[in-house]
Ligand binder design. Structure first.
Ligand code: DHB
Length: 387
């Protein structure tokens, strides 16, 4: 009799502990935001962190009864570090979501961990088409290079451009951009010559000499966010050739510092700080106010929308993570500062408008001014596979 009482009391204590554990696990949803905060691609980290924090400031830090805790980690732009940080965040901190991923190799490295742990991974920056195929737990709120590039090829062929040299950073997104452009432009009878520059510390001068010698009608450039200023400084000025490409080269983070040499560049992309909508005006104003006047770029909007996707997903699952959360994100649609967007339920990529833009001076500042819209563009690489 006495023995049974003791056992019952002990059983109750264990049950209480288990309950308390479950309750505290339920109360907090941790999001591990892994970004290059230092190194050559720190501007991507700075923009995304600022946007994620702005989203939380505006939307509160409780969703479906859960307290949202953002844990920001600096991977310094090195893929092995991204992977180690993702492992630590999942195993030690028990995060329910990993997010960020400033470059393609940094998004690919932790993909197997997301799959094993069944933790959704929200890619807010990296843009090589294949990334979402690396794990069924990856969802993307940035873009893909082929998605942004095919409209550029169409515009060029419709606007009297016959011969183009492509110059791209020699890794995933650059190769995607080169292939998408030469495929689509070549199919319309255009002529293309392709050059690739190293990703790390590129010296553009010898490449720009080759471009000048080839005398194309336009130079198509992909360099990752933040690198465009170096490119423009090191000689575009002297080449006198029309600059076209996906919008990374005239990224809003650096555009205003580029000077008149950038004027007239035509690019195609999903986001411009000059996008004319009430949602974007409010976003740009709040972002600048919270960040000493810094202008948001396309990385910021990827971070902001990534947080929105997590919040709305959690509302749908009533706070549950894992497979329920990734499933809740599929097919979700909303009005972003960039325009209307949705998550493709088949590919987990973002479907969005691509805008054709021209660099112009507006009220004394340089902007990518949108002048045409291609609505609801899917990643063309995956669309072609599913046909
Ligand atoms: C990637 C990085 C960028 O900074 C960018 O503008 C586009 C793509 C990438 O590594 O995937």
């Amino acid at each position: 009799m006495r023995r049974r009482t003791v056992l019952t009391a002990a059983g109750a204590a264990v049950a209480m502990l288990a309950l308390r554990g479950a309750a505290s696990a339920q109360e907090t949803m941790k999001i591990g935001l892994i970004l290059p905060m230092t190194g050559s691609f720190a501007s991507t980290g700075r923009q995304i962190e600022a946007a994620a924090k702005l989203y939380m400031q505006q939307s509160g830090d409780t969703v479906a009864g859960k307290k949202i805790q953002l844990i920001v980690k600096d991977d310094t732009g090195v893929a092995d570090v991204t992977k180690r940080l993702a492992q630590e965040l999942i195993v030690n901190d028990k995060v329910g979501v990993i997010a960020g991923f400033g470059l393609t190799p940094l998004a690919l490295a932790p993909a197997p961990l997301a799959t094993q742990a069944k933790v959704p991974a929200v890619v807010m920056a990296a843009a090589t088409a294949t990334i979402t195929e690396a794990s069924p737990y990856i969802v993307r709120t940035s873009f893909t290079l082929p998605q942004a590039t095919v409209p550029m090829a169409d515009w060029a062929s419709q606007n009297g451009i016959k011969k183009v040299v492509t110059l791209v950073s020699d890794y995933g997104p650059g190769i995607d951009a080169e292939k998408a452009f030469s495929g689509a432009f070549g199919a319309k009878g255009g002529q293309v010559e392709s050059l690739r520059v190293p990703l790390a510390n590129p010296d553009f001068s010898p490449f720009l000499q080759k471009v000048a010698d080839a005398k194309p009608d336009a130079l198509f450039v992909f360099v990752p966010s933040g690198v465009g200023a170096q490119f423009v400084e090191r000689g575009l000025d002297k080449s006198g050739i029309k600059l076209i490409g996906p919008g990374d080269v005239t990224d809003d983070d650096i555009l205003n510092g580029m000077g008149d040499v950038a004027l007239g560049a035509i690019t195609t992309q999903h986001y411009s700080a000059a996008h004319d909508s009430p949602e974007n005006k409010a976003f740009v104003e709040a972002f600048k106010k919270a960040n000493n006047g810094m202008r948001p770029n396309f990385m910021a909007v990827g971070g902001y929308d990534g947080m929105h996707l997590i919040y709305e997903g959690l509302k749908k699952t009533n706070g549950a993570g894992g497979e329920a959360l990734i499933n809740a994100m599929k097919g979700m649609s909303w009005m972003s500062p960039r325009g209307p967007v949705s998550i493709d339920p088949q590919t987990r990529d973002i479907i969005q408008n691509i805008y054709v833009r021209k660099v112009e001076r507006v009220n004394g500042e340089l902007y990518n001014v949108e002048f045409a819209t291609i609505a609801n563009v899917k990643d063309p690489v995956k669309a072609a596979k599913s046909n």
